[in-house]
Design a protein around this ligand. Structure first.
Ligand SMILES: [Fe+2]
Length: 478
């Protein structure tokens, strides 16, 4: 099959303007009776703002999607996040804030005279999570936005305290059940820029700075790693001179430079003391997503989805995607062994040759601990877009896939079955675009076999998004 035989995935990058409330979606198969909760997702849904079109997939204005599950029935609603970015764009029919790869239109005079210095975006189209009892949407700036988990109504900003500060953060927080907190980090730009790791208490949302380190040229980092004792920053060699960001002549990500001679640096911090235990260097790669990490004696095993370089960012510019061009940069599950003893060293090996992205694990059971199973989206054929769900067995390297002709699945969110006795007993929830019909559906797969359990038909296409989470009934409310 050639790429021209396939229905283009480009419909997944068409704007969705409708906001709907559907009490009962048509269902095929049977949703598990035990599935009682909410899948909340965010993603870009509006790329065309007035006469301006966003440059990049990561720039689209955020829309929230909510799938509710009760006794085999499925409800759905969607709503734009009324962030400041969204409201200002709606009011003026123009982009007003600095998105990932799109800046507001300004004349050269305005740029040089700094008459109009736009703020960083609060367009939280990357992930959702519950923080201190509040439901929060995230982008990669330190401007998360609260919303109501039932109505999807926007409730205002989620304040990150001044002691944490920073401009850039991650939308992939880690949860430490033993310490009853989440961990995150910020990048604070300045005369002396800093990485700052911090925790947020589950009970009351209080923040505590865990560690910080100075950095001359901060890296673009989308996620980080956690074991039982350690937090690790993987500093990819896509780095920025903070002065370039300040001068603001180019959109945010275009100020970063691929500098492979720096290699990939792992910074290992002890959670409890905040001590920088070690910095180790190895061959350069780029990654968005860590998968998991754990301790093996005094070594750390760290898995991430590695690309040869940062070219994947360039492949995700909107004009390419709307033209249905191939995204052929290949992310591969790669295992690093970080030896903390003595002078320390790092070794790397690929788990297999199966493309994977948007990786998920049985998080509640195995985060920071030894584990076996990874799920994600993959690509069956070269020269296309992410078109299958992949399960990789880390013990054997074996890969299984689910796919359907003309269909493009999103991130598979693992939901554990109640009373499960082993890792991976449960289901996957994935929003799938049927490009031929121009409609999306919510797919339920058995997480162990990837056999289809059920699907629920959505009333429209859902533009390709990034991340979401499942919240059991008791934890779903704001
Ligand atoms: Fe991500």
């Amino acid at each position: 099959m050639t790429s021209s035989d396939r229905t283009s995935y480009a419909v997944g990058f068409a704007d969705l303007d409708d906001e709907v409330v559907v009490d009962l979606l048509p269902v095929a198969g049977a949703f598990p009776q035990w599935l009682s909760g909410t899948l909340l997702r965010t993603g870009p849904a509006k790329f065309d703002v007035g006469r301006q079109t966003m440059n990049h997939w990561f720039d689209g204005l955020a829309m929230l999607h909510r799938f509710g599950f009760v006794e085999g029935r499925v409800s759905y609603r969607n709503r734009f996040l009324r962030s400041q970015s969204f409201c200002e764009a709606e009011a003026t029919h123009a982009v007003q804030r600095r998105e990932f790869a799109t800046d507001p239109c300004r004349t050269l005079f305005q740029r040089v005279a700094s008459i109009f210095s736009p703020k960083f975006t609060d367009n939280c189209n990357v992930n959702v999570d519950a923080l201190g009892g509040k439901m929060v949407a995230f982008t990669e700036t330190t401007l998360p936005v609260r919303f109501d988990a039932e109505t999807l109504e926007t409730l205002g900003c989620f304040d990150i305290g001044p002691q944490v500060g920073g401009s850039i953060t991650t939308a992939h927080l880690h949860h430490d059940a033993a310490r009853a907190c989440r961990y995150s980090y910020v990048v604070a730009f300045g005369r002396r820029s800093r990485y700052r790791l911090f925790s947020i208490a589950d009970a009351n949302g209080s923040e505590r700075v865990v560690a910080e380190m100075p950095v001359d040229r901060p890296a673009y980092m989308h996620s980080f790693a956690m074991t039982e004792r350690y937090l690790m920053l993987a500093e990819f060699p896509l780095i920025v001179d903070p002065l370039r960001l300040l001068l603001d002549f180019e959109p945010f990500i275009r100020n970063y430079r691929w500098t492979p001679e720096r290699g990939l640096r792992f910074h290992v911090f002890e959670k409890d003391s905040g001590r920088l235990v070690k910095t180790l260097q190895t061959d350069p790669v780029f990654a968005f997503h860590h998968v998991n990490a754990f301790e093996d004696g005094e070594d750390i095993i760290l898995d991430l989805v590695a690309y040869r370089d940062a070219g994947i960012i360039d492949q995700l510019y909107l004009a390419r995607l709307r033209a249905g061009e191939a995204v052929d940069a290949t992310g591969l599950l790669t295992r690093y062994v970080i030896v903390l003893d003595g002078s320390g060293k790092v070794s790397a090996r690929r788990i297999n040759d199966t493309m994977i992205e948007l990786p998920r694990i049985d998080y509640d059971r195995v985060a920071g601990r030894p584990y076996r199973h990874v799920w994600g989206v993959g690509r069956r054929t070269a020269g296309g877009f992410l078109d299958c769900i992949v399960k990789i067995d880390l013990t054997t390297g074996a890969a299984q896939t689910w796919w359907q002709e003309h269909c493009y699945p999103g991130e598979p969110v693992f939901v554990p079955a109640p009373g499960r006795t082993a890792e991976g007993e449960g289901v996957l929830l994935s929003v799938v675009l049927d490009a031929q019909r121009g409609l999306s559906f919510l797919l339920v797969l058995d997480a162990q076999t990837l056999a289809e359990v059920a699907r629920a038909a959505c009333p429209h296409h859902i533009p390709f998004g990034f991340h979401g989470n499942y919240f059991p009934q008791a934890r779903g409310a704001d």
